[in-house]
Design a protein around this ligand. Structure first.
Ligand SMILES: [Zn+2]
Length: 435
């Protein structure tokens, strides 16, 4: 495993710079191999007439196949989705924390996971600022497994678990004097609020790079982290179902890992959109064999930028815009407000550090606000009135809205900020494939 991972490292580097034409040719042949495998070995695909087609003649033909999403993973048994003979637990197996009540399991095969791990080296070095000997502190909800090369002094990381008291995290971080900090944006913002001016100065002295992961990072929050930490911020986009999706180069553009993935952007009618147009992100990780997910919709919205990147990488770049669109507030007009609305609100409204929103089944909305400092009762009333007005302006309509003061934003069992929770019934978008 480790040897194959090490061998993949130079391969993942070289593939960033190949021609678009050879990349697309390779994507098509890999996709066809995955489809042939899925049709022959995986009950879910074998038993469905939708997948009884010959090899695709072009990447565009993938649009003939259905789009699947988390509902398929929840609704089907694991046996139906796994290739014949695969034993979960003997291969990399990921489970959601079950914060929504229904756990989802995804199994990756070892070869595909090794390639992804090799591509993580590429992710770090693509920043143009990271050295494998750097002192790195990783603020995260789970401890990662220890890896062989870390004993050799490379890619070492000091892990700080997010469920510990902030005072302990802060003290340990100041002691470690990291050159690189990695964390979820919500935890990094909480850290900044906890540090006093002298502590921040001490931390900034060694810090040269901040890396964010696992949550939508809006531009205002990136600017805030860069300003306060005094170091550039590089974001990463991944999902446990398909592993790393994009990583940022020195120009802070998010290159898609197109040597592992076919990424499509779909419109409301389920049809692929041209590059440059915003739509739903759909991914096929075509190296997977244990549990192939063909055209998997992640629930995120973004657009692929068309300009070539000055870094020379030939992988296209993605800009995520709205965040998970299955988390949305449903307005009386039928319009939905996605997590980016509330992240923007927190980032731009004076006096607010964080905010999150809960909508009940009847449509009433409660906005939880964490003020950025101590407030008198009258100052709070003024802030609450102001934020109520702002949100109604953003929404473009009136709706039942209560603004509540709170101390911290809720963290999910998976360690992410819970910015939007809605029980309102949202009409499902069309997701049928053309005949
Ligand atoms: Zn680039």
């Amino acid at each position: 495993m480790f040897l194959r991972e090490a061998w993949y490292v130079p391969v993942t580097f070289a593939r960033q710079y190949g021609s678009r034409r050879s990349l697309r040719r390779r994507q098509l042949s890999q996709l066809n191999r995955m489809l042939a495998h899925a049709r022959a070995r995986v009950p879910y695909y074998r038993d469905s007439p939708d997948y009884r087609t010959g090899p695709l003649r072009s990447l565009e033909e993938v649009a003939k196949l259905p789009v699947i999403d988390k509902e398929v993973l929840r609704g089907r048994s694991l046996e139906e989705l796994l290739a014949d003979g695969v034993e979960p637990g003997t291969v990399p197996t990921f489970r959601t924390s079950g914060s929504t009540g229904r756990r989802v399991t995804v199994v990756h095969d070892t070869r595909s996971h090794d390639y992804h791990m090799a591509a993580c080296v590429r992710r770090f070095l693509a920043t143009g600022r990271y050295l494998p000997t750097d002192r790195l502190s990783h603020i995260r909800p789970f401890a990662p497994p220890s890896r062989g090369f870390q004993k050799a002094g490379l890619f070492r990381r000091h892990v700080l678990l997010t469920d510990r008291p902030m005072d302990e995290i802060k003290a340990e971080l100041l002691e470690a004097r990291p050159q690189v900090i990695i964390g979820y944006p919500v935890h990094l913002r909480a850290l900044l609020r906890a540090l006093d001016a002298a502590e921040l100065t001490a931390l900034r002295a060694a810090l040269k790079l901040v890396m964010t992961e696992s949550e939508l990072l809006v531009p205002e929050h990136r600017a805030l982290l860069e300003r306060e930490f005094g170091a550039p911020v590089h974001d990463e986009y991944s999902a446990f179902e398909v592993l790393n999706i994009s990583y940022e180069c020195a120009h802070q553009r998010a290159h898609l890992a197109e040597d592992r993935l076919l990424v499509e952007i779909l419109g409301p009618d389920g049809q692929p959109l041209p590059d440059g147009t915003e739509g739903r992100v759909v991914v096929t990780a075509f190296m997977e064999r244990a549990m192939p997910l063909v055209r998997y919709e992640l629930g995120d919205v973004g657009r692929i930028d068309t300009d070539p990147c000055p870094c020379g990488r030939r992988f296209r770049t993605l800009r995520l815009t709205a965040g998970r669109v299955n988390d949305a507030v449903l307005l009386p007009t039928g319009r939905q407000l996605y997590p980016d609305t509330f992240l923007h609100l927190a980032a731009t409204f004076p006096g607010i550090a964080e905010c999150s929103v809960v909508q009940d089944r009847e449509g009433s909305v409660r906005l939880n606000v964490v003020p950025s400092g101590p407030l008198s009762a009258s100052a709070w009333d003024e802030l609450a009135a102001g934020v109520r007005d702002r949100l109604r302006t953003v929404a473009g309509c009136d709706f039942p809205l209560e603004v509540v003061r709170t101390d911290s934003v809720e963290i999910t069992a998976g360690g992410k900020g819970r910015f939007v929770t809605s029980e309102a019934v949202v009409p499902r978008p069309a997701r049928t494939a053309p005949a």
